[in-house]
Design a protein around this ligand. Structure first.
Ligand SMILES: [Zn+2]
Length: 145
């Protein structure tokens, strides 16, 4: 029998119930469980001094009355829901309007965007042509001459 099993049976052991000889054998050999038993017995001794509390004579009727009274959450839940709805309404009306949607794209602009890469290539080719002309006229690379 291990410590966990013994400690589960300690209350019964201390109460004098039959739990088997293995508990007493384990307690003789295990100091930790003996300490647990000592603490358990001390707790039981303190409980012997405990005086039960007698409820007042009208306790049962007060409990029934209290149980029949409407709970505060039942009163405040509709108020909280209305407040949440009011907050949402204020947020919806106070938020700034969306910016106007962009003006529609004309057919000419769309064609320009679609052929943008082609136009860039055309500009590069034009620049190369200009360079070739400049080079042919001898305006470039003057330092080498
Ligand atoms: Zn033990």
């Amino acid at each position: 029998m291990d410590c966990k099993q013994v400690r589960e049976l300690l209350a019964d052991w201390i109460a004098g119930k039959r739990v088997g000889t293995e508990v007493s054998a384990h307690l003789r050999s295990c100091a930790a469980c003996r300490e647990e038993e000592r603490l358990f017995r001390g707790t039981w001794k303190l409980l012997d001094h405990y005086l039960p509390i007698e409820p007042p004579a009208d306790f049962a009727s007060r409990v029934v009355t209290r149980a029949r009274r409407p709970a505060l959450w039942k009163i405040f839940t509709p108020i909280a829901a209305a407040a949440a709805a009011a907050v949402v309404a204020v947020i919806l009306f106070v938020t700034p309007p969306r910016p106007p949607s962009p003006t529609p794209v004309t057919a000419e602009e769309r064609e320009l965007v679609e052929n943008l890469e082609l136009l860039e290539n055309y500009e590069i080719l034009s620049a190369l042509e200009l360079l070739a002309e400049e080079s042919a006229e001898g305006h470039l690379f003057k330092e080498e001459q």
